[in-house]
Ligand binder design. Structure first.
Ligand SMILES: Cc1cc2nc3c(=O)[nH]c(=O)nc-3n(C[C@H](O)[C@H](O)[C@H](O)COP(=O)(O)OP(=O)(O)OC[C@H]3O[C@@H](n4cnc5c(N)ncnc54)[C@H](O)[C@@H]3O)c2cc1C
Length: 357
């Protein structure tokens, strides 16, 4: 019988793709199985890179490392594939949503850990022309967006050319764990890594972990008049992606979890757009998309190995900021799988104990 592969990777979203690339670079033999991006959040995401999360503009302690590895990773992939850059660095105008948020900003202005990301504040009405900013805002650095749909498509072709990609919907019941390998139909490997995004909730080994799927809808817009020069980020984000095209989003929904765009989502987005632009005449909706962020209850990824099934691994839970964090975590995960290096404790699924935390 043929030697088993080193890994089967289930899911070719950003997580599965970047982990596969790391493992291939280390000489592993593997196969990535994906059902044609049926539920890929990575194909819907705006790909925004924003080091200061949430209403309070907090930065994770790993942010500088995330940024460094992210820039290097996307630039290397573009070079290796001979394709245009995927990452576009572009400053962001962060719009304050209330007078209370100005106090959060003032607190962060005294915090040396975020100084590199904070630019000049601006007063009410001083954002890009036409953008409604009643409470003013500030310029943010180290921001931009990555072209994730193009990146995923081109990485899929790259994997396929190395016989490392199979288009297949994986049925969990068909996975057999043996003493020395994992078998899935005709595929056999020493280990399996699940990267299925929010559909991990149906996974018989990891479905019990505290995932908190967060459905999001967004619009792709076009306009002959320029809507903004910066990335705009307030109650909604508006991202100029060139050629008179924009991405606008997004909604959050925690109950109806599926990948279907809804009339309610569209209405909420169009109202948000009117609020942001004041006048959205001449703006055309080119596409309306929906996906599910694989968010977690404690907002940290879920990565590591099943407590009993030691050939079964997970690389998931990247929530709303996979563009920035997945490149760094993919390097950590490869170091863990191949060299036995410890995982970042905040992301190690072992923190969840019996899984219910
Ligand atoms: C509307 C929206 C906006 C977002 N905006 C941003 C943003 O601006 N910036 C940012 O950083 N993040 C953003 N995100 C979050 C981002 O999409 C995620 O962090 C990231 O894409 C997660 O990648 P993933 O590979 O873990 O999951 P996914 O991209 O969901 O990939 C999982 C893959 O596994 C496949 N799969 C699942 N189950 C099976 C199976 N049984 N068999 C075969 N294949 C399977 C799926 O079809 C899919 O291709 C946004 C998400 C949404 C929904």
């Amino acid at each position: 019988m043929n030697e088993p592969l080193d890994f089967l990777i289930i899911g070719q979203g950003l997580a599965g793709s970047l982990l596969a690339r790391q493992l291939l670079a280390r000489g592993c033999r593997l196969q990535v199985l994906d059902d044609g991006h049926r539920s890929a959040a990575s194909r819907v995401a705006a790909g925004l890179v924003n080091p200061l999360a949430g209403m309070r503009f907090n930065a994770a302690p790993e942010t500088a490392d995330w940024l460094r590895v992210m820039r290097r990773t996307y630039a290397e992939i573009a070079r290796e594939l001979g394709r245009p850059e995927y990452l576009h660095e572009l400053p962001m105008q962060r719009l304050l949503r209330s007078p209370r948020q100005r106090r959060f900003l003032e607190r962060q202005q005294r915090n040396p850990a975020v100084a590199d990301y904070l630019g000049a504040p601006f007063g009410p009405g001083r954002a890009d022309p036409g953008i409604q900013a009643p409470y003013g805002g500030f310029l943010q650095h180290a921001t931009g967006y990555a072209e994730l749909p193009r990146l995923l498509g081109e990485l899929r072709d790259w994997l396929r050319a190395r016989s490392a990609y199979v288009s297949e919907a994986v049925d969990y019941q068909a996975i057999e764990l043996n003493r020395d390998s994992v078998r899935l139909g005709a595929h056999r490997a020493r280990a399996i890594v699940f990267c299925e995004g929010y559909r991990m909730r149906d996974n018989p080994w990891f479905g019990v972990l505290p995932l908190q799927p967060d459905k999001g809808e967004m619009l792709r817009l076009s306009s002959e008049r320029g809507l903004c020069r910066h990335i705009i980020n307030g109650a909604h984000w508006l991202v100029p992606i060139g050629g008179g095209q924009y991405r606008f989003g997004a909604t959050h929904e925690h109950h109806r979890i599926d990948c279907e765009p809804t009339p309610e989502g569209r209405t909420a987005l169009l109202q948000g757009l009117d609020g942001l632009l004041g006048d959205s005449a001449g703006v055309r909706v080119e596409a309306h998309l929906a996906g599910v962020r694989p968010a977690t209850r404690d907002r940290q990824p879920l990565i590591g190995t099943h407590a009993e099934a030691r050939r079964v691994h997970l690389f998931n839970g990247f929530g709303a900021r996979g563009t920035l964090s997945i490149p760094w975590y993919a390097e950590r995960m490869a170091g863990y799988l191949l060299d036995g290096r410890p995982l970042p404790p905040q992301a190690d699924l072992a923190r969840c104990g019996d899984g219910r935390r």
